[in-house]
Design a protein around this ligand. Structure first.
Ligand SMILES: [Zn+2]
Length: 339
């Protein structure tokens, strides 16, 4: 079968188009014929090998949609033919965390497309519980556009205890995760300040629910303080990491919380410890999303309450081009590869 592999760390050009054996299902697995796969920032980080390292070669691709074509001996064979999308998080499915729908806390946590091969391929093998029903009204392209970003955003906002009426500052708002957070936070009645990388996306971010848009930069915190009457925000939605962290902390109000769900620009950042105790701040980490977040966002998508933006659809063979485009970081919306 045709697939795209990360064989060595490096620039987008190092992605290899390969012909590999079709996967066979283990007893509890199934095989999905992939129709569409979303390109995520995570795929770029895996390819670069800077923040996350996985054994290579690896087929990336965490968000994908397609049809079940084969199942393992322990899996109900009536699922063959079912339209599905991938649940991004791998977990045991049996511990207390998993049973509560908080798979992201499971001790056997992993991610499809990094711990195991993902969807940049014609066929992919996943544990049966990672194939979730894709409702009829959601096509494959949209089915590959929301699971990772929207579920992670929902999980982070829940961890950050965002409440209606509160101010929230959302970093990287023209990226997939940030955009999802803008939609979800404004839908729940929070006041959103979106931090963008270019003025071109201001209008789209306002349409998605942002009350104000601020350009990323060294004066970010100052502008956020002005917008909130010198108060600061109740929650910062942070996933950019090293480059923005100091400004993020400086933007927080008294009793403010910062939820950190990623470190795209690096893992080391200075921390103002005086601000931490005098303003009674909370720094909360958040890893991935749980089944309950995924079901929640699938429900919102079905009810048309969130609308993932698809910027471009291109064939799998153009994966390197898609990575370069996402790396430029200035556009808004998902890039989806069709297989
Ligand atoms: Zn578990």
């Amino acid at each position: 079968m045709k697939a795209v592999q990360i064989q060595k760390h490096g620039p987008a050009e190092s992605l290899a188009i390969v012909d590999v054996d079709m996967p066979a299902p283990g007893p509890d697995d199934l095989i999905i014929r992939v129709h569409a796969v979303g390109v995520n920032r995570l795929d770029l980080l895996l390819r670069e090998g800077s923040v996350f390292q996985v054994p290579l070669p690896r087929i990336p691709g965490t968000d994908f949609a397609g049809d079940i074509v084969d199942v393992g001996v322990n899996v109900d064979s009536s699922r063959i033919g079912e339209r599905v999308f991938a649940a991004p998080i791998l977990s045991c499915g049996q511990c207390g965390h998993c049973l509560r729908g908080e798979d992201n806390l499971c001790s056997r946590f992993g991610t499809v497309g990094s711990t195991i091969d993902g969807g940049y391929a014609q066929f992919v093998r996943v544990p049966a519980r990672n194939a979730m029903a894709l409702p009829e009204q959601i096509d494959y392209v949209r089915g590959a556009s929301f699971a990772l970003t929207y579920a992670t955003a929902a999980s982070m906002l829940r961890r950050g205890r965002l409440a209606p009426g509160e101010w929230v500052m959302i970093l990287g708002a023209n990226g997939g995760l940030g955009y999802a957070a803008v939609e979800l936070a404004s839908a729940m009645g929070a006041r959103v300040i979106a931090i963008g990388r270019t003025a071109d996306t201001d209008e789209a971010l306002r349409r998605a629910g942002a009350a104000a848009v601020v350009l990323a930069g060294p004066n970010m915190a100052e502008q956020v303080r002005e917008l909130t009457g010198d108060r600061g925000v109740d929650l910062v939605f942070e996933h950019v990491g090293a480059v923005t962290f100091e400004q993020s902390v400086a933007s927080l109000a008294m009793d403010g919380r910062l939820v950190l769900g990623g470190v795209t620009t690096g893992t080391e950042a200075p921390m103002d410890l005086k601000a931490l105790f005098t303003r009674r701040l909370e720094i909360l980490g958040c890893r991935g999303s749980g089944r309950r977040d995924l079901e929640h966002v699938r429900d919102l998508l079905m009810r048309d309450l969130v609308r993932p933006q698809v910027q471009q659809v291109m064939p799998l063979e153009q994966a390197a081009q898609a990575h370069r485009h996402l790396e430029s970081g200035v556009s808004l919306g998902k890039i989806i590869l069709t297989v």
